[in-house]
Design a protein around this ligand. Sequence first.
Ligand code: SAH
Ligand code: SF4
Length: 343
Amino acid sequence: MKVLSGLTLEEITTFVQEMNASKFRAKQIHNWIYSKSVSSIDEMTDLAKSFREELKQKAVVTDTKIKLKQESSDGTLKYLIEYPDGECVETVLMRFDNRANLTACVSSQVGCAVNCSFCATGKRGFIRNLSYQEIIEQVLTIQRDTGLKVTNIVFMGQGEPLLNLNNVLKALDIFNNDFQIGARRITISTSGIIPKIEELAKHELQSTLAISLHAPVHQIRKKIMPIEEKYPLDKLKPALLNYIEKTGRRITIEYILIKDFNSDIETAKELAFFLKDIKCNINLIPYNDVTNTGYKKPSNNEIMKFKYLLEHSGKKVTVRLERGADIDAACGQLSGKIKNNPN
Ligand code: SAH
Ligand code: SF4
């Protein structure tokens, strides 16, 4: 069975032409999938009934299931989505009261090989890459379920997007062309896979690149991010400078704040020094609880001091609001497994 979700207009056209149908049919199907977010062929009511029956013999709109849906007290929705092979990922929809934006936080892999010490996804190890269709499907699932249109995408769910770059790039194209979500409304977050950052620089990527820095010096970073051994800060920095020059875009630096580890005043100064000539905004992420790490988040006072020092260096600094922590949907809490399953 052909899965229609996640196909481009050209791919749908090729498919319907094989059934001797016209290009116009492809446009109609495309519209039902991306603009009207239907979940079945029967809902495509402007297609002739006979054509719908024929289509149903060969294709389905989707082959994924919502295994679990949870709503946080702050309105954040978390979906556990199951693919036909039984693997699951989580996708989060964040709504911000004061804005019309609807941001989907999507996963790019099942599990993750990078194994950062503070992250629930890393604890599972790497299971497999998601295809571009499986990435797209996460956003369509949200749209179908809520009847709303997603306006922003962040690749900040499970997985390291730059270790599944081909599928991520293809998904970006589809978000741009088929969903009409502008490149600048899409953010890709990475732990710092240098060769892939170089590749993105060549593409002159217009989406925002977010770097999970989390420490300004090698000795501290390698304690929480094993990837620092392979792609250390002194090599990451020139790659970032080159990326900024090639794309003309400001990057985002993500910095997790862990109490008594990387959130003291000395480290803030070292961070400001490391970032001095990098055109970036800084996003501080107070550590979210993950089982058995032993880490804690700093006090609000410590967070504000850290922020103040960085701002003093001339950078724009934001503190990421914790979203959906009561349903384990906050940054780093996505494991892809059912916890406290009510069923
Ligand atoms: N793999 C990519 C994207 C997914 S994680 C990356 O690492 O960049 C999205 C962000 O959440 C990253 O900055 C990640 O480091 C951060 N994060 C992971 N675990 C966290 C935790 N327990 N508390 C707060 N942030 C966390
Ligand atoms: Fe992978 Fe990102 Fe989690 Fe690190 S923080 S283990 S790179 S998903």
